[in-house]
Write a protein that binds this ligand. Structure first.
Ligand code: FES
Length: 111
């Protein structure tokens, strides 16, 4: 999916219909030339860079289950709710997260 609108007054850009973002599903979008992934976890929508913080693996090709995303690159596992790495023990790596808001059935992201 590719965002099509200009940013609103707060800098948020429409990214996807809200009902298209589902729990334990990764939705790839591109905003301002940046590849992002969207997902829903416990009712809240999250937006992250699609580039893994370890070595830029493509997280849009990762697997997501119960709020944990596994990178296809080297198998790092991240917690969607915090962006922190769960495996291996590496406190330096953290998903790059973007602010999200849901408005009129649309998910908007600020990049
Ligand atoms: S690139 Fe994601 S774990 Fe290495």
């Amino acid at each position: 999916m590719q965002a099509q609108e200009l940013p609103d007054a707060d800098g948020f850009v429409a990214a996807a219909p809200a009902d298209a973002i589902r729990t334990d599903q990764i939705t790839a979008v591109e905003i301002a030339g940046r590849p992002l992934i969207l997902t829903r976890c416990q009712g809240r929508v999250y937006a992250f860079s699609a580039r893994c913080p370890h070595a830029a693996g493509d997280l849009s090709q990762g697997t997501l289950y119960r709020g944990r995303i596994d990178c296809p690159g080297h198998g790092y596992r991240f917690d969607v709710a915090t962006g922190r790495v769960l495996w291996p023990a590496d406190e330096i790596c953290r998903l790059k997260q973007y602010p999200v808001k849901e408005e009129d059935g649309v998910i908007k992201v600020k990049v």
